[in-house]
Design a protein around this ligand. Sequence first.
Ligand code: G3H
Ligand code: 13P
Ligand code: NA
Ligand code: ZN
Length: 328
Amino acid sequence: SLVSLRQLLDHAAEHSYGMPAFNVNNMEQVQAIMQAADETDSPAILQVSAGARKYAGEAFLRHVVLAAAETWPHIPIVLHQDHGASPAVCQCSIRSGFTSVMMDGSLREDMKTPAPYEYNTRVTAKVVEMAHAVGVSVEGELGCLGSLESGMAGEEDGVGAEGVLTRDQLLTDPAQCVDFVEQTGVDALAIAIGTSHGAYKFSRKPTGDILAISRIREIHERIPNTHLVMHGSSSVPQEWLAIIREHGGEFKETYGVPVEQIQEGIRNGVRKVNIDTDIRIAMTGAMRRLMNTDRGEFDPRKFLSQATAAAREICRARFEAFGSAGQA
Ligand code: G3H
Ligand code: 13P
Ligand code: NA
Ligand code: ZN
């Protein structure tokens, strides 16, 4: 059944576990996540980006998620809108049945330029007012995502402008969090602690201090009732990169956030952990492998069922590692 993000993360906080939040764009991804949730007895957060809505259409995504709720009635599911660009976008999602929305006011409506703090508080407070009136939860964001290694903002293609942001600009300010939560009333807050979106996070194998763990703890101590969210949390599995390369694909050397670092984040107060890239990589690897090894195959179901199985294993591993297994 569908539940709100607040309900689920309150439970996670009470029992000290973290929830992976997986991006979904189609039926296979929803099935992979739900099969893994069922196998591990974990609740699930399914999140939908603007890109996902453009790809599949809001009605298709909604009905696929409702089909999941019908198929697995014993599993609590949060249907979350990822990175809303404006209050209008969030309002549409609330009306269409999402149980949680993210208002990303850390960026302007173009979703590229950093926005002034006053803009962020204003649009986020507006969304909280609309959402809470109908029992929907709200995630906000404060700070600019970007890896501490290179000082570059997240770039999907790995060719970002390096050195554009200082370490301080890359980390969320704990004092500002207190004011932001007071002014907006958000249920969850995405913070910048050294992660970035996409496959190209770190160019060298990350060391133990790749995330600003002490910053997570400082923020958690100041706003203990607001659930902390880590975006850009894919681990970029080297095994799958090797499979992609082995079967004709190309991937530059790249590293993600090690699972042990995420576990350390969860111990210090992180409750929601956003993952999209790992599922993309695993599905691509599985499809490339089958297309390369069984070159006569032309039934798309064969490729897609391998892709679903690969995504399912990623999800199962995260449910277990973050401690949500057994909590449904
Ligand atoms: O936040 C970024 C997510 O990975 C969604 O990406 O806009 O390509 O669907 P997308
Ligand atoms: P990744 O690109 O690391 O999977 O992060 C996804 C994300 O943060 C979606 O909001
Ligand atoms: Na989100
Ligand atoms: Zn994100």
